[in-house]
Design a protein around this ligand. Structure first.
Ligand SMILES: [Zn+2]
Length: 440
């Protein structure tokens, strides 16, 4: 088939921006979008606020006839002294439980919105919770065999961020680095994933905004040593580590300075899931030069390609082979579920293998969980609510099949090679709002 390469430049994208950017260095495929172009208003109004989310969860628990248990696993600021913002405890971090941490059952943990501006995973999670809590024979058969725990929106402060009196969801958490509060020397460098000025790329492609609340990329704050506590370590050793750029970087686990990462990790430790799923958003791709369907999701079973040695304890962490196999089977089943003729649903790519021990997926993969990364296309800054129904479906449908596959054991009959053969990430559409340095 003849290649059609075409550069699409959003209408109000100025020449100076293009000249100053490397974003257009690669050939562009014709995007069948949509992403929101400059000056368009982005509507977020149908997404749930924190309060709406909490109210919805409580209603679902009430109507579930005891199937669903709703618990607060922690709060967004309830951790080390000195990491608090104005409100003492911060926002609740809920865990929705279908079944107990029963070693005789298969166990799956799902988290969403670790980045506050990645809403659709949370909306999909609510639909899943609704389906599971409403019962029926198929659901009962699943829940007889599988315990399902869901933590929707594990970054409630970023999700509810305000800027100039408007709702402005952001990637980062809200916390301030203050080394003195944890008895580190004054001036000790912050972890590399700290966003000191509280700035982020703006909605509607208009450069960057400074909302002014410092915070962290929670998805770099995890550590394969799930018991890592910065306050318990030798302070001089920690300070040296942080002050040295060759160690304060993404090759190492995070420092568990956010209450959110600690809370999620405590749930992981209690539940010990066989499978852990984290739902994100990312940029835009088409399948290939020949197939210009817009990719709705990328999937990954590999986020820790290397073993990990904790630099403070010397302890080694490795990805378990059986867990890796199950992770590939979970991803493969998800891929197969979305093949519905030549539709957008099936236009799936595989996220590139990465080695990020400070991500939740990486840290948990190094602690014997099979993992699935789901990367929905677009960010709230670029996509708004467009296609949200279709994109929710690309999360809900695969997860429901994974529940069934875990319940009847059929997941173990899937050929992991199907995962290896998923088309790799390629044909990125350079959305001018996408910053290359962020990753998932
Ligand atoms: Zn993300």
């Amino acid at each position: 088939m003849k290649k059609t390469l075409k550069v699409i430049i959003p209408a109000a994208f100025t020449l100076s921006t293009i000249m100053g950017s490397t974003a257009f260095a690669e050939p562009q495929s014709k995007p069948n979008g949509p992403y929101v172009e400059n000056e368009q208003n982005i509507s977020l109004s149908s997404y749930m606020s924190n309060q709406e989310l909490y109210d919805t969860l409580k209603k679902l628990e009430e109507s579930s006839n005891g199937k669903m248990k709703l618990e607060i696993a922690g709060y967004s600021n309830q951790t080390l002294n000195g990491y608090s913002t104005e409100a003492a405890k911060g926002e609740p971090l809920y865990v929705v439980k279908f079944g107990d941490a029963d070693p005789n059952k298969k166990r799956i943990l799902i988290t969403t919105q670790i980045h506050g501006n990645e809403q659709i995973g949370t909306e999909a999670a609510i639909d899943i919770i609704q389906k599971l809590s409403s019962g029926g024979k198929e659901v009962n058969d699943i829940l007889d065999k599988v315990s399902i725990w869901i933590m929707p929106r594990i970054n409630p402060e970023g999700a509810d961020n305000q800027y100039e009196d408007s709702w402005y969801p952001t990637r980062y958490t809200h916390q301030t680095w203050d080394p003195l509060k944890i008895e580190l020397p004054e001036g000790t460098e912050a972890p590399w994933y700290y966003n000191e000025d509280g700035s982020e790329r703006a909605q509607n492609n208009n450069g960057r905004i400074v909302y002014g609340i410092p915070g962290y990329d929670q998805n770099r704050d995890y550590n394969p040593n799930l018991d890592f506590k910065i306050e318990d370590l030798n302070k001089a050793e920690v300070a040296n580590f942080l002050n040295n750029p060759s160690t304060n970087n993404s090759n190492f686990g995070g420092f568990y300075v956010t209450a959110e990462a600690r809370t999620v990790t405590s749930v992981f430790k209690e539940f010990q899931p066989d499978v852990y799923v984290d739902v994100h958003h990312r940029g835009f791709n088409t399948v290939s030069d020949e197939d210009d369907r817009s990719v709705p999701v990328q999937l990954a079973a590999v986020v820790a390609t290397d073993s990990y040695t904790d630099p403070f304890t010397g302890k080694q962490y490795e990805v378990d082979e059986e867990a890796l196999k199950l992770g590939k089977q979970v991803n493969a089943l998800s891929y197969l579920t979305l093949q519905r003729g030549f539709s957008h649903f099936g236009a799936i790519q595989k996220y590139p293998d990465v080695n990020l021990p400070g991500t939740a997926l990486g840290a948990f993969a190094l602690n014997d969980a099979a993992i699935m990364l789901i990367e929905i296309k677009g960010q709230s800054q670029t996509l708004g609510q467009k296609q949200s129904g279709m994109l929710k479906e690309t999360v809900k449908a695969p997860l429901y099949e994974v529940f069934k596959g875990l319940a009847d054991g059929s997941i173990h009959t899937i050929d992991p090679q199907i995962y290896d053969d998923i088309p790799p990430s390629s044909n990125r559409i350079s959305d001018p709002t996408t910053r290359d340095d962020e990753g998932f």
